[in-house]
Design a protein around this ligand. Structure first.
Ligand code: BV8
Length: 232
């Protein structure tokens, strides 16, 4: 596969989905062993489920925190983090909530759908909470239930996060999409937005999907294998 010379680009965006973490052992959402094939998100991962039984939802997310903590970032995460250190503008726009990019050393990371490692109090805002178990299910100052700081189906994305992602994609000239099935909006609209803004668009995914036709090139291989070679 032809290597990419990052010096040819002013701003590189890596747009990642669950497939980016598959080789780390973090289950994807769809396909074999996917999260939603074991759990109905309507029951465990949406505002209505949380309002109905916050403890059940928090315990489900503790299972996901434990699963992710047992995994390590792989060579693909490391390749992106290493590139950020030697290139003036690299941005990760991720749909993932697992924090793997940050654990690999990436700094410019925009988390479209929030994070397993933060909690939110309706009244007192967001706080970091890293570990298998949440420090508390209740806000220390007001006593309200704490909610995972995750964008569930039916939730609006944070406006500031959305604006940051749109600005990054608008200004990039290389857009590398990795490990996403391209089914969930508004994130699924980002590849065509990048294309429309003139970026070179590359897809890294062992499988094609409905979005694949809009990319300039596709590498039908796993992220952990391709990325270290592509940007070495
Ligand atoms: C919103 C966090 C306004 C949660 C997630 C009807 C039509 C259009 C839209 C809608 C509609 N009805 C409702 C909507 C809106 C809805 C939506 O788009 N639904 C879809 C399903 C139709 N969107 C929302 O609700 C969003 N909010 O729009 O607000 C609104 C509100 C109400 C109604 C209308 C509008 C909020 C969406 C955020 C949901 N949160 N995650 C949690 O984790 O619990 S979604 C979750 O799935 C991910 O974050 C990601 O965004 C999404 C897709 O998953 P992928 O990351 O792509 O992973 P997937 O498993 O699908 O695929 C893995 C890929 O990796 C595969 O292609 C595989 O081939 C590849 N792969 C595997 N191994 C590797 C690999 N690739 C590389 N290397 C490997 N080794």
């Amino acid at each position: 596969m032809e290597k990419i010379d990052p010096r040819k680009y002013g701003h590189i965006v890596f747009f990642t989905g669950a497939g980016m973490s598959a080789e780390s052992g973090v289950p994807t959402y769809r396909g074999r062993g996917g999260v939603w094939s074991h759990y109905r998100w309507e029951e465990f991962a949406c505002q209505e489920a949380f309002d109905g039984d916050p403890e059940k939802v928090l315990k489900f997310h503790e299972l996901r925190r434990a699963a992710v903590l047992a995994c390590q970032p792989h060579a693909g995460h490391a390749a992106i983090a290493a590139l950020e250190k030697r290139h003036p503008r690299v941005t990760v726009v991720t749909q993932n909530i697992d924090g793997m990019h940050q654990r690999a050393g990436s700094v410019q990371v925009i988390e479209l759908h929030g994070s397993l490692w933060r909690v939110r109090c309706q009244q007192d805002g967001v706080a970091e909470d890293i570990g298998e178990k949440y420090r508390s299910y209740r806000c220390a100052s007001c006593g309200n239930w704490l909610r995972p700081d995750i964008v569930w189906f039916g939730d609006m994305l944070d406006q500031g996060v959305m604006a940051a992602a749109v600005a990054a994609i608008r200004s990039c000239d290389l857009f590398v999409s990795i490990g996403t099935s391209g089914v969930v909006y508004p994130a699924a609209g980002f590849p065509s937005f990048a294309k429309g803004n003139g970026a070179r668009c590359l897809e890294i995914n062992p499988e094609a999907n409905e979005m694949s036709s809009l990319y300039d090139e596709a590498l039908r291989a796993p992220a952990g294998e391709v990325l270290p070679e592509l940007f070495s």
